[in-house]
Design a protein around this ligand. Structure first.
Ligand SMILES: Nc1ncnc2c1ncn2[C@@H]1O[C@H](COP(=O)(O)OP(=O)(O)OP(=O)(O)O)[C@@H](O)[C@H]1O
Length: 569
């Protein structure tokens, strides 16, 4: 579904809004005729009663016009806000359905701009469109026709002024519209920088990078301002240019009008009416130009939103199932995230049995998280097969994988809400007993007992009222509480002290049953008791075995072990 399709639920409002605007415009077109009538038949003959009655008519026209305008605004707003609320929800749902690779390729900053400022721009666009699209041309043409009705010769001035105005407006718009598109793109990069700075504010301060960051932000911001200024400067020419043309027209109109009044061909009221129609045209042309600029911006935003909405639903390729002797088999698996021949994992093969505890170790960037990404189905292998329980990982649905695997991510993410809500984030049906057990295994008991409201204690945005180690333990509890056959702990012990690390591993081992556990770590002490350890180096699997076996057979493991021991000694 494309963005504007959500308007179809607001058909009635979308028809009523322009109709009420046309009604308002029709009353406005009558006003100069009534004023002319007051001058010619009331003021000239000194008929106060006539003037009073006509003034009442003017007030009535104004009141009816006002009611029409308010009704139009009401229906336009209802339609625009209703449709964009649905659009925002649809966009949010679509973003949730995108694959990790698709999300990587789009980038989060631009997704935020599309969800917020682009959708707002579409809302403004719909609102203005419904109110002005019919009204402004109707007034321009209506006022011209009324002018011809009042006096054909005098109205000839309109035949010259209106096309000249239209040309000025068209030229200025053709210059500004491409610039406004540039402004929108620049806004994306300013937002990306803002987002990075707000998220990384602690790091920035810790490294006293504030001045540099401010200077760089200022530079980015200034180039946005420059683009905006050029666009605004060009569009600002519109008003003076149109005013000059209109005023020249008015001078000419009054000049011709005066001569024609003098010779008695037309009345004074007719000249005033012509002048009023000229003013109405000026106001509407400026509104029309603004409408077109707003619509151009809205169309650019609509295209950006549609680009996300119409992204092809990602279809996982199918893989071959295979009868295997082991619970999990990685067979010649390689992974290139961008399919650009830069491999994060290179032809790796290993097996894991049900109930095993597997350690994965290697330097930073060696590919540890990538193994987890593949096993969880976040990304697909570029080549090779991953078989889980005799079924190719590609043939599992997201729900099936989610039911089988719990992952505790490297970065312990907390959500605004209570401690309990955070622990049961992926296990809404967890019982009090499950929660209690998960808290106990993850060594989180002390965190909760230190909080006055216990499990109901509120966690602030991004877990600001928790330490790094506390966040890690609660994330582990969140993983354990789901009680899935496979548990992956991606560097989830890094912020824990050695004693807590050890106790936690022990309680995980005691409670494991036939759960298969992957522990990713950079510390040999965290994984040395695992049934099997995988050693990764630059995307290659350099060794598989137990701690003792690897110390004898794998140089990379030995190096890591020695450097870890040096650190702790
Ligand atoms: N989403 C991604 N898109 C592109 N490249 C990626 C992506 N994720 C990881 N990589 C690259 O893949 C390589 C392996 O990264 P991975 O996160 O698997 O390493 P790691 O061993 O877990 O590192 P660390 O211990 O630092 O977390 C790195 O070179 C990284 O830049």
């Amino acid at each position: 579904m494309k963005s504007l399709s959500y308007l179809k639920d607001y058909k009635v409002q979308s028809i009523l809004a322009p109709l009420f605007k046309l009604l308002e415009a029709s009353f406005e077109l009558l006003v100069p005729l009534v004023v002319a009538d007051i001058i010619d038949n009331g003021i000239n003959s000194g008929d106060k009663a006539y003037i009073f009655h006509r003034c009442l008519l003017l007030v009535l026209l104004a009141v009816v016009g006002l009611i029409s305008a308010v009704s139009a605004q009401f229906f336009a707003a209802k339609s625009a806000t209703g449709a964009t609320t649905k659009l925002r929800s649809a966009l949010f749902k679509k973003i949730q359905s995108l694959s990790f690779s698709q999300l990587d390729s789009i980038g989060s900053a631009t997704l935020i701009t599309r969800m917020t400022s682009d959708v707002n721009q579409i809302q403004t666009g719909i609102n203005m469109f419904l109110r002005l699209l019919l009204r402004s041309p109707f007034i321009v043409f209506g006022a011209t026709i009324m002018a011809f009705y009042v006096d054909v010769k005098g109205a000839l001035v309109f035949a010259v002024v209106v096309p000249v105005l239209a040309i000025i407006v068209a030229v200025i718009m053709s210059l500004t519209i491409p610039r406004f598109k540039g402004v929108q793109n620049k806004l994306d990069s300013v937002l990306l920088r803002t987002k990075e700075n707000v998220k990384g504010v602690r790091v920035i301060r810790a490294f006293t990078r504030e001045d540099k960051e401010i200077a760089e932000f200022e530079e980015e911001n200034q180039s946005l301002v420059k683009l905006q200024n050029v666009a605004s400067w060009i569009s600002s020419i519109m008003n003076p240019a149109t005013f000059v043309v209109i005023n020249l027209g008015v001078i000419f109109l009054i000049y011709i009008g005066a001569i024609r009044v003098d010779v008695g061909v037309i009345s004074q009221g007719a000249v005033v009416a012509l002048y009023n129609y000229m003013s109405q045209i000026l106001v509407e042309l400026i509104k029309l130009a603004n409408l077109i600029i707003t619509e151009m911006k809205a169309i650019a935003s609509k295209n950006r939103v549609d680009a996300i909405l119409t992204m092809e639903e990602y279809k996982k390729p199918k893989g071959k199932d295979k009868k295997c002797d082991h619970y999990i088999t990685f067979e010649n698996v390689s992974l290139s995230y961008n399919k650009n021949n830069e491999y994060s994992l290179n032809n790796i093969s290993f097996t894991v049995d049900k109930g095993d505890t597997v350690g994965i170790i290697g330097g930073t960037g060696s590919g540890k998280t990538s193994v987890m990404n593949l096993l969880c189905g976040f990304y697909e292998p570029t080549s090779g097969d991953i078989i889980l329980n005799d079924k190719n990982i590609l043939n599992y649905s997201d729900e099936e994988l989610n039911d089988n695997i719990s992952v505790v991510m490297q970065k312990a993410t907390m959500f605004s809400g209570t401690v309990k809500e955070n622990i049961t984030f992926g296990a809404k049906n967890a019982t009090a007993e499950d929660i209690e057990k998960a808290i106990e295994i993850s060594q989180s008991k002390e965190i909760i007992s230190n909080k006055s409201k216990g499990l109901d204690e509120v966690i602030l945005e991004q877990g600001k009222n928790l330490s790094g180690g506390q966040k890690q333990r609660l994330s582990i509890a969140r993983g354990i509480v789901r009680n899935t056959p496979i548990l992956i702990l991606d560097d989830s012990f890094s912020a824990l002290d050695y004693k807590t690390d050890k106790t936690l591993r022990q309680s995980l081992a005691d409670s494991k049953g036939d759960r298969t556990t992957f522990i990713i770590s950079q510390r040999t002490s965290t994984i040395e008791h695992c049934d099997k350890i995988l050693v990764l180096n630059d995307g290659a699997l350099e060794g598989v075995g137990t701690h003792e076996e690897l110390l004898k057979s794998c140089e990379t493991y030995k190096d890591i072990y020695e450097s870890c021991n040096k650190e702790t000694s």
